[in-house]
Design a protein around this ligand. Structure first.
Ligand code: ADP
Ligand code: MG
Length: 260
């Protein structure tokens, strides 16, 4: 496997005519039908589209969780199709961080241990102390430095999603893939989570996020829209929302309401 660091001009993602068909009994479902796309370091991309338009399928392909039927995928310049299972697992662990709608945390395991988990799949193994240290730093980064030993079940949805984001970051990935990360959160908590993503993106982490809500896509720098497995629109988001400002405004409004 080519493990050389790629030059900064290498796109993180290069897709050419990528397609995925599922065999559902007798019928073939063409979930993704020829997507050509390039995503560079530091981008923050929203993937939008109606239910069934192929967003999750595309994310699974990007995350190397599924193989395309045809087309090519270069991740950080590496042709994913040429890797064997072991190389693929390693690539996924080192270069990708995942955030899901339903958090996917271990319920009876502390926040710290949840965040340490991806480090158990690293080669060479990360020593115990370093594991603790890195998990701690990741949790501090998402504002949960005071919840290290809490079980996710005792935390709010927003806090659980922040643990999941810390877990996604702990191996310092090239790219974070998030599928409907605010789908189970209320408006205020969604703004908080988007604020966190914006902060991470400001620190040069590349993020691709699926959402079907325009309000949420509005925080991203670029918006890609899918329909029937194809990209039908791809544009820069000129009127980007900034969660930090909105959070301050919300706080002020609430303080005012309490005073009245
Ligand atoms: P979205 O995330 O935009 O809602 P999906 O990527 O989940 O869309 O689905 C795209 C299409 O592929 C849909 O028609 C869906 O029913 C179909 N599909 C997704 N996963 C499978 C699967 N494992 N087997 C068969 N069909 C699937
Ligand atoms: Mg989906």
């Amino acid at each position: 496997m080519n493990t050389q660091p790629q030059t900064s001009s290498t796109p993180v993602i290069q897709l050419r005519d990528l397609a995925k068909a599922y065999q559902a009994g007798e019928v073939e479902v063409k979930a993704v039908r020829g997507v050509t796309l390039e995503i560079r370091r530091g981008e923050f991309v929203a993937v939008m589209g109606a239910s069934g338009s192929g967003k999750s399928t595309l994310m699974n392909l990007l995350g190397c969780l599924d193989q395309p039927t045809s087309g090519t995928y270069l991740l950080d310049g590496v042709a994913v199709a040429n890797l064997n299972r072991k190389e693929l697992a390693r690539l996924r662990n080192r270069k990708l961080g995942f955030v899901f709608q339903s958090f996917n945390l271990l319920a009876r395991t502390s926040a710290l241990e949840n965040v340490e988990l991806p480090m158990f799949y690293c080669h060479p193994l990360v020593p115990l102390r370093a594991r603790h240290q890195r998990a701690l730093q990741a949790l501090e980064k998402v504002g949960l430095g005071d919840r290290l030993h809490h079980h996710p079940s005792r935390l709010s949805g927003g806090q659980q999603q922040r643990i999941a984001i810390a877990r996604a970051l702990v191996n310092q990935p090239e790219l974070v893939l998030a599928d409907e990360p605010t789908g189970n959160l209320d408006t205020r908590t969604s703004i908080e989570v988007m604020g966190l993503f914006q902060e991470l993106n400001d620190a040069d982490i590349t993020i691709i996020m699926v959402t079907h809500e325009l309000d949420i896509a509005a925080y991203c720098k670029r918006i890609v829209v899918m329909r029937d497995g194809r990209v039908i629109s791809d544009r820069a988001n000129e009127n980007r929302r900034h969660a930090v400002h909105e959070r301050t405004a919300l706080d002020q409004a609430e303080r005012q309401a309490r005073l009245n």
